[in-house]
Design a protein around this ligand. Structure first.
Ligand code: B3K
Ligand code: ZN
Length: 854
């Protein structure tokens, strides 16, 4: 198995300016014929096309059929040694969508046909130069039985449709924008169709079409409205208009990830499209809006300007995540959006950066590209873009974007191109900043302050260091934007942006009248770990008074993380908590004010995963036990305040808006603590039975689950019964079963596998059960007897034979085995070894297992 290196990039030896594709759909034997115009770029080179799982029927050059001797069909390519400089190539292949359980290329999604080509799925459809820097203009013809397939879709504009005498439907599409093959899409099926339209800023009308499974139309409206909001937002914020006359979105239950930005024809996982009050939580609504936005924003950042090679993935993904985050922040609570993003960096991304899979946001070496659609490339990538905006200012950043898009429209670009545009538009030297693209690992920031009352000078000292990672030993000093706020006496505040460029650096401020409390890294201005010398008191002061909600939340998180460490070190949980803390929490509960969602966050303990990342060796039992004790102490000490806050928060008929989301969130938080009282059963049941929406229903289930009450079993049974024929909701039931903190979880997971709706062939089901277990159930996943690890190994092995991409994602929590205690290390290593010994491992799983064991 051969990994590829970023430095080995070579431009393509041939270009393919146009391609004409014909599909005769058949679940077991689809015939694909592809007619391409080719143009040589490199003298003397043979033509080498990528292909996988294809049956080759015919190859013709300029209408002349090639004999077997004229080409070589070995491994995963078709090589034709001797070709002219400009010619027409026709290739006919046969494929079997029904056998395609990897869900890459053309596959069956229930009774429909669907494609997924990013990153390298097009090679499962036909022989092609399957790389993002080969851009072609597509014409696509699809033929299928008219009665069963009323909709035959592909990218761009529909140019013809007719039904033949023998009952076949034939539809033709043309996409005027040249694109790489990873953006090609085909969908065929019978759907419910929702239609709307959008008038662009320049007055063009765009038809919007949303295709959902039969009977689901009533769940599509929110996504359609979100799409219109995203289209408007991109015009207003970045001056970017949509370019085709039609924008289609198809929702399918069979999908490897969230969604896919195929030009003019997005394909979505149905869980990120379908929503109604009874079935979708506030979080679901949030995700739908942000992913609809994300895929739409790709039309410019990804499609109009695409990537030169897959090492540049963050060029489109980091940037587009940043764009969707900014969109979501404008649509709802900016503070909550940011807190969510920070949590993800502090859990999954920090973990990845400390794992055997550590890589820079622009990876250097890749075996299976699908393994690099990571939180590092996406979310740390988005943090890097955000830092650019912080450094250059919103206006400067927008100018850089405009220059980048103008320069590279219609091209396949690199991360360096992006940096260069930002640099040129702002006349700002970004050479040191560019290190963020090549350096992996999480930087430790140390911060301290000194105040001289006599001279009124405040001196702030910052230091940075980045430990070696699995992929890289030497680390340079990065350019780190550190936003700070000085909280002075008498409510006086000052904001500053410090640019740290050295390993150690001192910043002085004159005329500071008294010693301030310093808020470091306000709004999480850089994706680093902060070590500050501030006292507990200072942290609580920040939690109460900082301007930025994120900084307030951050301070209290840090406070808790210190307390957890103290308890692990042997201190008494009751004694480490100052009275001031409870006074503060009490005042929030008594007067939560307008931003109830933020108050709920301020009253939450950090989760296990966030705390774990503070330690090189993760003290699993210590963290869990400290958290449990603190939770019980808070629940007891503030019992009556939780009850009265719960009762005071207004309840009204369900609406998805910022204020109502905040109300539900705070009530759910209170319920979560109340559940730890013995007499909470009635309230939990009432909350569940009175709920008129899925958020409240789930709140009751989770509260009763976490507090390990008897009510949980009954509620989950009722819930599963009620929704037993609705896959979208059953996924929530699977998730609840899999995250029970008690040992019962093993039996429940066993039972759920024989639920009629569970299927190993559907990634959503598998993730709902097994990813939930391994990523959100630390107590049982890390069960001392190794049972949790064995369960995951069973799921990975089973899944690898069906869908390697999904299997490789499942395995993630096992890779960091070195960070656990001796006996857990042993148990995790054992199951990894069993996987490594299997003879039929996919590249996806092999790459991760081998990196982890080496
Ligand atoms: N670009 C796709 C992800 C493709 C993943 C391939 N394994 C979705 C997105 O980021 O918008
Ligand atoms: Zn994306």
């Amino acid at each position: 198995r051969q990994a590829k290196s970023r430095h080995d990039y070579q431009p393509p030896a041939f270009l393919i300016p146009t391609i004409d594709l014909h599909f005769e759909l058949d679940s077991a034997a689809t015939i694909v014929s592809s007619v391409m115009q080719l143009r040589r770029q490199t003298a003397g080179a043979a033509l080498k096309l990528d292909g996988q799982h294809l049956k080759l029927l015919q190859v013709l050059i300029d209408n002349k059929q090639l004999s077997d001797a004229q080409y070589d069909l070995s491994g995963e390519s078709l090589t034709i040694p001797d070709v002219p400089d400009a010619f027409e190539l026709k290739i006919v292949t046969q494929i079997a969508p029904v056998e395609n359980t990897a869900l890459e290329g053309l596959y069956m999604a229930g009774n429909s046909y669907c494609t997924q080509c990013e990153a390298e799925g097009f090679r499962r459809i036909s022989y092609f130069l399957d790389r993002p820097d080969v851009l072609s203009e597509y014409r696509v013809t699809i033929k299928a039985a008219a009665a069963s397939y009323p909709y035959l879709l592909s990218n761009g504009n529909k140019i013809a449709e007719h039904i033949t005498a023998d009952g076949s439907r034939i539809v033709q599409w043309h996409d005027p924008f040249p694109k790489p093959c990873y953006l090609f899409a085909l969908v065929a099926g019978d759907y419910d169709l929702l239609e709307d339209n959008f008038i662009t800023a320049s007055g063009r009308e765009v038809a919007l079409q949303l295709f959902v499974d039969k009977g689901q139309a009533h769940r599509g409206d929110f996504a359609l409205q979100a799409l219109k909001r995203a289209m408007r937002w991109d015009e207003q914020r970045f001056n970017l208009e949509y370019d085709l006359d039609i924008y289609m979105v198809v929702a399918t239950d069979f999908f490897n990830m969230g969604a896919m930005e195929n030009k003019g024809l997005n394909v979505f996982n149905s869980k990120y499209v379908l929503a109604e009050t009874a079935t979708a939580t506030d979080r679901d609504y949030f995700n739908i809006e942000s992913i609809i936005g994300h895929e739409y924003f790709h039309n410019w950042t990804g499609n109009r300007v695409t990537c030169q090679d897959w090492f540049q993935l963050s060029l489109k993904e980091g940037l587009t995540v940043f764009r969707d985050q900014e969109f979501s922040a404008d649509m709802g609570s900016a503070t909550l959006c940011r807190i969510d993003a920070v949590k993800l960096i502090r859990t999954a991304q920090f973990a990845e950066d400390a794992s055997p899979m550590a890589h820079p946001i622009r990876p250097e070496s890749v075996l299976e590209m699908n393994n690099f659609y990571t939180v590092t490339v996406y979310d740390k990538g988005a943090e890097v873009i955000r830092m650019l905006q912080t450094i250059l200012g919103k206006e400067g950043f927008a100018q850089g974007m405009a220059l980048y898009l103008k320069r590279h429209d219609g091209q396949a670009a690199t991360c360096d191109d992006f940096i260069r545009a930002m640099q040129d538009a702002n006349r700002y030297d970004l050479s040191q900043f560019a290190l963020w693209y090549s350096q992996s690992g999480t930087t430790q920031l140390t911060a301290s302050q000194q105040y001289d009352a006599a001279t009124q000078v405040l001196t702030l000292t910052l230091g940075q260091s980045t430990a070696a990672t699995a992929d890289q030993s030497v680390k340079k000093a990065l350019l780190i934007p550190v936003r700070i706020e000085l909280l002075l006496s008498g409510n006086e505040k000052q904001s500053h942006l410090l640019l740290l460029t050295e390993y150690d650096q001192v910043f002085s401020f004159n005329n500071i009248s008294n010693e301030p409390v310093v808020v470091w890294l306000e709004h999480f201005s850089a994706p680093v770990k902060l070590q500050q010398q501030s006292s507990d008191d200072a942290l609580l002061h920040i939690a109460a008074f900082a301007t930025d909600g994120v900084a307030r939340w951050d301070a209290i998180q840090q406070f808790w993380s210190r307390k957890v460490a103290e308890v692990i070190a042997g201190k008494n949980a009751q004694h480490v908590l100052p009275p001031k803390l409870f006074q503060m929490m009490q005042s929030w509960l008594r007067d939560p004010g307008d931003d109830k969602a933020l108050i709920a966050e301020l009253l939450s303990l950090p989760d296990f995963e966030t705390l774990a990342e503070q330690y090189e060796q993760i003290p699993v039992d210590g963290i869990l036990s400290a958290l449990e004790q603190f939770r019980q102490i808070i629940a007891d000490r503030l019992q009556s305040d939780f009850v009265s806050c719960y009762q005071q928060v207004p309840v009204s008929a369900y609406q998805y808006d910022e204020a109502s989301v905040g109300n539900r969130r705070l009530r759910a938080l209170c319920l979560g603590y109340i559940a730890f009282q013995h007499n909470s059963q009635q309230l939990l049941q009432a909350h569940y039975h009175q709920a008129d929406n899925m958020s409240d229903t789930i709140a009751a289930l989770m509260a009763s689950q976490q507090a390990q009450t008897d009510t949980f079993k009954a509620l989950l049974a009722d819930f599963s019964q009620r929704w037993n024929s609705d896959v979208l909701v059953m996924d929530k039931a699977f998730g609840l079963a899999a995250t029970q903190p008690s040992e019962q979880v093993f039996t429940s997971i066993e039972e759920m596998q024989s639920h009629p709706l569970f299927s190993w062939k559907n990634p959503n089901r598998v993730r709902a059960l097994f990813s939930a277990f391994s990523m959100r159930n630390p107590r049982q996943f890390h069960s001392a007897d190794g049972k949790g690890y064995q369960l995951l190994q069973y799921a990975v092995a089973k899944m690898d034979a069906i869908n390697p991409q999904v299997a490789a994602r499942l395995i993630t929590p096992l890779l960091s085995w070195r960070r656990y205690d001796e006996s857990r290390q042993q148990a995790m290593r054992n199951v990894l070894q069993v996987l490594a010994d299997s003879s039929s491992l996919s590249n996806d799983v092999f790459e991760k297992v081998s990196r982890s064991l080496s």
